[in-house]
Write a protein that binds this ligand. Structure first.
Ligand code: FAD
Length: 404
């Protein structure tokens, strides 16, 4: 007779995806082990932009409405407007009815892991998983210990060891590579930014740098950004890996010069792979499922991933709960939930991404783009915030409905 496994569920990786799954499954009464290789608070290279999708998720699932998020120190900055550029030209700039928020990932991720622990999950920090056996359903840690579970969740980010240990056939390597992104980012201290910003540069940033700035087409099939934090300004650039693997550092330096930050163009940026539409349609095999960046789930246009990490973890947690309590087939249940609740939306966004970025890089006249931007700007912003769907910009609440 097979002895009882150490856990019902082992989760590898304690970012937003892992902590969400741990929180929900522990709350549902399952024995959860969350294995995180770092010790909180840990750094994560990220712009930290939270759309309303994420804010609503934290309220609905973690019972953290805005004032509670503020109290927990999760909202570092509120961007009450935005500015959008193509090339050197400011296409749009306006105040927003609903702001973008900016978080500090070291605080955000530590807080959610804490909530998972309060819900009853065992959070094991400094525990790197080095091997996964999908048949025996075990993980081995860097210290050589082996732990068993009925289900394993790969929430270990874009380089996921859990994903890489899955048999061939689960992940289509060509599709993964084609839609993978690459990003560079630097964080500039506000005082330094104030001293060195060249206000005569080709692009003049908003005086206080108090709103997010987005530079469409700053690199092929991608964009650049300036995101405000209280003590810092985050400048980044990212796009499809295949289109940018050679030239991205040069494009980044060009962007820094254009926006008046030439003084920082010698600073070495953090370079990271970025999910950019490379989601795996059926990210499950036997007793293992992938969530968040491990499964390639982000917005294909913006690379926004925090919300998608939360949402895929919620869908996976629901499938796992049904599997553990009533024997529902794990892979089929998770895949079907993803199809109904997320994948169609991502497919539609991919079509918009390919149209948008190929026109930006194809020399479509700026006047036409400006016209289009003015006509569709409201529905587009509402779609980014998750109130509408990329499928025809119709009103849609599917991203927000509870599955539990
Ligand atoms: C430059 C850049 C800017 C971005 N800006 C934004 C933004 O502004 N807004 C937004 O929404 N998204 C942004 N993203 C995307 C976002 O950061 C990710 O989509 C999000 O962090 C995914 O969450 P996750 O939980 O899936 O993975 P992660 O946040 O990567 O967490 C994975 C966790 O797994 C742990 N881990 C890894 N391997 C192991 C192992 N073997 N054993 C144990 N633990 C392990 C890691 O330490 C980490 O804590 C950005 C990404 C980049 C690269």
């Amino acid at each position: 007779m097979r002895s009882q496994p150490d856990y019902d569920v082992i989760i590898v990786g304690g970012g937003p995806a892992g902590s969400t799954a741990a929180f929900l499954l522990a709350k549902a009464g399952h024995r959860v082990g969350l294995f995180e290789r770092a010790v909180y608070p840990r750094e994560k290279v990220c712009g930290g932009c939270l759309t309303q999708k994420s804010v609503r998720f934290l309220d609905r699932v973690f019972s953290l409405p805005l004032d509670a998020m503020r109290r927990e120190g999760l909202l570092d900055f509120t961007g009450k407007g935005y500015a959008l550029y193509i090339g050197d030209r400011r296409l749009l700039a306006e105040d927003l009815a609903e702001p973008f928020y900016f978080t500090r990932r070291e605080r955000y991720d530590a807080c959610l892991a804490r909530m998972a622990r309060w819900a009853g999950a065992e959070v094991l920090e400094g525990m790197e998983v080095t091997a996964v056996n999908h048949v025996q359903r075990t993980v081995t840690t860097a210290g050589g210990e082996r732990y068993s579970a009925s289900v394993i969740i790969g929430a270990d980010g874009v380089h996921s060891r859990v994903r890489r240990s899955l048999p061939k056939g689960v992940v289509d390597p060509q599709r993964w590579r084609k839609n993978l992104g690459l990003a560079l980012e630097i964080k500039i201290d506000r005082r330094e930014a104030g001293v060195h910003l060249n206000r005569e540069a080709a692009i003049r940033l908003d005086a206080e740098i108090g709103i997010p700035h987005v530079f469409l087409g700053a690199c092929p099939m991608g964009y650049g950004w300036v995101f405000p934090n209280t003590d810092a300004v985050i400048v980044g650039i990212g796009g499809l890996f295949e289109a940018n693997r050679k030239g991205l550092p040069d494009r980044f330096r060009e962007l820094l010069v254009k926006i008046g930050f030439a003084a920082f163009s010698d600073r070495k940026p953090a370079g990271r792979l970025l999910s950019f539409g490379n989601y795996i349609p059926s990210p499950a095999h036997e007793g293992t499922v992938l969530v968040g960046d491990a499964g390639g789930f982000t917005s294909p246009i913006l690379g926004e991933g925090i919300f998608y990490a939360h949402r895929t973890a919620e869908l996976a947690a629901h499938a796992i709960d049904r599997h553990l309590t009533s024997g529902a087939p794990l892979a089929a249940t998770y895949t079907s939930l993803l199809n109904r609740r997320l994948i169609r939306e991502l497919e539609a966004e991919m079509r918009v991404r390919d149209f948008l970025y190929s026109h930006l890089n194809g020399g479509t006249p700026a006047i036409l783009l400006r016209f289009l931007a003015r006509v569709v700007r409201r529905p587009v912003i509402e779609t980014v915030h998750g109130h509408r769907s990329f499928q025809g910009f119709r009103r849609d609440e599917d991203l927000h409905t509870a599955v539990w």
